[in-house]
Design a protein around this ligand. Structure first.
Ligand code: 4FV
Length: 243
């Protein structure tokens, strides 16, 4: 389940460039019984199975080094985001504990330096959350992305949503690329992109705007946007658009 994503595209190239090394361990490797059991029924009854503590403790005994950070993937953890990804991209060694079934024996949590959630929903195992984290972190390692890719333009790179992107053809099924992007006027293009970043963030994630460091120019753009939006708002209430 893990080898696929770890050996494709950016993660593959990052390994080839010796920027990162991945090791995936089978928890059963730290069991000692004939059936290599890693789970058991929950104390106090109830449905489902719980992952036993022993294999995790023995795994961490074997894998943890002086610089290791143990991250436990769980819906009960801190919410993973771009800021956390940037910080983890500087960590020399991460050990990611992935759950299955109903989750971990509670004592496993004592092994973790941080508990991390990728979002308020439940998936069937911690592997996909771990792979999401790995992908978001590795692409931030200097040199991991080629020229064609760039992390600094990503959504959330500046804590705001990314501006609209366009490529050829200039018109498709009547849908036209904004003139300014065809103008070659890089200052106007920069301004248009910043304004669209602010517009999209205002419309879709106003919470991000509150936390963002905005320039005087940004506030100017926002006043424009709010002005026109309010203008449009007035019109839409009466049901038809005035462009
Ligand atoms: C999850 C999340 C997540 C819970 C039970 C695996 C599952 C099962 N992990 N962010 N959301 N984990 O749903 O990190 O063991």
């Amino acid at each position: 389940m893990c080898s696929g994503p770890l050996n494709e595209s950016i993660l593959r190239r990052a390994q080839d460039k010796q920027l990162v090394e991945f090791r995936v361990h089978d928890l059963r490797g730290w069991t000692h019984d004939r059936h290599r059991v890693v789970d058991d029924v929950p104390y106090g009854g109830g449905s489902g199975m719980v992952l036993k503590p022993e294999p995790f403790f023995e795994a961490i005994d074997a894998l943890r080094g002086a610089e290791s950070q143990v991250l436990l993937l769980t819906p009960q953890g801190e919410r993973f985001d771009q800021t956390m990804a940037c910080r983890l991209a500087e960590a020399p060694h991460l050990i990611l504990l992935c759950g299955r079934y109903e989750g971990f024996d509670e004592r496993v949590r004592s092994l973790a330096d941080r508990e991390i959630s990728i979002g308020d929903y439940v998936v069937s195992g911690g592997e996909l959350p771990a792979l999401v984290l790995i992908d978001a972190v590795v692409r931030l390692i200097p040199g991991a992305l080629g020229d064609a890719e760039s992390a600094h333009q990503d959504s959330f790179a500046g804590g705001l949503l990314e501006h609209p992107q366009y490529t050829r053809p200039p018109v498709y099924r009547g849908l036209r690329v904004p003139e300014v992007l065809l103008s070659g006027d890089h200052e106007q293009i920069r301004r248009w992109r910043r304004k669209e970043t602010l517009r999209r963030t205002l419309q879709r994630r106003p919470d991000l705007l509150e936390r963002a460091a905005l320039s005087a120019e940004d506030h100017g753009f926002l006043a424009d946007i709010r002005g026109t939006e309010d203008g449009e708002m007035t019109n839409t209430r009466s049901g038809h658009e005035h462009r």
